[in-house]
Design a protein around this ligand. Structure first.
Ligand code: FAD
Ligand code: SF4
Length: 400
């Protein structure tokens, strides 16, 4: 008797057409899952419909966060952390190009057959265009942040159809949460996940508003970053750097610019990636590496001889600065430029550095996001905010 292999049920599901309302409604981060037949799993997989850090961390790293250990609350499950930078940075990368370098090495050494990453469209440097890269050139064309919501998972159907068995996915937290939830349905033998931290993302229209409100030359910005010196650094086409102090941002105009998904996210540090490459826990000019598990260590080992490294450090005390910023943000206070610059200089001199800066940023965003969920989605609050985030928020006095 012959048995006929059953087609997985998800293959019968229909992807949503562009522009159609997503199951997570206004909280959708456009991660791309619903652009594929994996929408079949959306109720379980979507980061905004089903918060399941504990079980996905257990599945990925072999354990969930140890709540007795404050470093786990903040930085997630990890076995190592360091500051690093490429000895020879990649021209045009967001920082020194550690992410692109790891992906290129994995392809050229045949460890993976493809890399999910995001290029931009020809017409618009900030319009994301997710791709399944098969060559180092295609990976390098995806270097630098697209500071906009990006449907990276929209190429997952392509992965399954291509018959690929070994894959690297580069992505931010909400994309990786959904990816981990459907990982077992992708038909892969090996999946590597290289994550970046992510916060305060925007739609393409939101980005335009942010640039126009904040930069003196919005059309020439090639990339920007909220830096550890408490200023936004805009890099322009001619290579010049424009610095705008955080405390001088026009909070009133910018209050609604961040996507609702990012206002309700508690996965700043990308807790489900194997390896995370950011900057906020490292000294200025360096990248911050968090190795979560053995796969992450293997990925990092591929490029170690191309890096300068140093141990992570932590200095200062963030608590007062975070507490004071809560009512100021809530009332959308904007300081005059001279005062904002002065405040930035003082805080940079005496303020939190290294891991303490990362904690400052996590605390400020988690408090803001907790208040956002409480005020706008009260019914979701208990299930959506993970225990580690509740503990972080509980350190502060919150306004009503
Ligand atoms: P590169 O070699 O330049 O490669 C960048 C990679 O990012 C590319 O492979 C590309 O596919 C991927 N990518 C670009 N845009 C997106 C996107 N929208 N969604 C998913 N993947 C994308 N780090 C911090 O420490 N603190 C932060 O607050 C922080 N905020 C971030 C916000 C956003 C929206 C993004 C995308 C990243 C953020 N990062 C943050 C990470 C940091 O800015 C760098 O991306 C990281 O350090 C890697 O630098 P690199 O030079 O090694 O990357
Ligand atoms: Fe679908 Fe992703 Fe939006 Fe959730 S966040 S509704 S999974 S596209």
């Amino acid at each position: 008797m012959t048995t006929i292999a059953q087609e997985p049920k998800h293959k019968k599901a229909k992807a949503l057409r562009p522009g159609a309302r997503r199951p997570a409604k206004e909280l959708c981060s456009e991660c791309g899952l619903c652009d594929t037949y994996y929408i079949h799993y959306v109720k379980e997989a979507c980061a905004f419909l089903n918060q399941q850090f504990d079980s996905l961390e257990e599945q990925t790293h072999g354990r969930s966060r140890n709540l007795e250990n404050q470093d786990d609350w903040y930085f997630g499950v990890h076995q190592d952390m360091m500051a690093a930078r490429k000895k020879e940075p990649i021209e045009g990368a967001q920082w020194t190009g550690i992410v692109s370098t790891i992906a290129c090495e994995m392809l050229t050494r045949g460890i993976v057959e493809g890399v999910v990453c995001v290029q931009n469209t020809k017409e618009d440097r900030f319009q994301p265009m997710p791709v399944l890269a098969r060559t180092p050139e295609e990976v390098l064309a995806a270097r630098v942040n697209k500071p906009t919501l990006s449907p990276n998972l929209s190429v997952l159907e392509l992965v399954e159809r291509s018959g690929m068995k070994r894959l690297l996915v580069i992505g931010v937290g909400c994309q990786i949460q959904a990816l981990r939830a459907v990982e077992k349905h992708l038909g892969l033998e090996k999946l590597y996940v290289l994550g970046t931290p992510c916060v305060d993302n925007v739609t393409r229209a939101g980005l335009q508003k942010f640039l126009e409100t904040t930069s003196y030359s919005p059309d020439t910005v090639v990339h920007y970053e909220f830096m550890q010196d408490f200023q936004v650094h805009f890099k322009h086409e001619d290579g010049s750097i424009e610095k705008v102090p955080f405390f001088g941002l026009n909070t009133k105009k910018l209050k609604n610019v961040f996507a609702p998904s990012c206002m309700s996210c508690f996965d700043y540090v990308n807790g489900l990636a194997d390896l995370v490459v950011g900057y906020m826990g490292a000294p200025f000019g360096w990248q911050w590496i968090v190795v979560r598990n053995q796969l992450g260590q293997e990925m990092l080992d591929l490029v170690m001889d191309m890096l300068d490294t140093q141990p992570v450090m932590s200095q200062g005390n963030r608590h007062q600065a975070v507490q004071q910023s809560i009512p100021a943000y809530d009332k959308a206070v904007t300081l005059p430029l001279w005062a904002a610059k002065l405040m930035g200089v003082v805080i940079e001199k005496i303020g939190p550095k290294g891991l303490e800066y990362a904690r400052f940023s996590i605390d400020s965003h988690f408090v803001r996001n907790y208040l956002y969920v409480k005020r706008n989605h009260q019914e979701k609050l208990a299930a959506h905010v993970p225990e580690f985030a509740q503990r972080i928020v509980a350190q502060y006095q919150l306004p009503k």
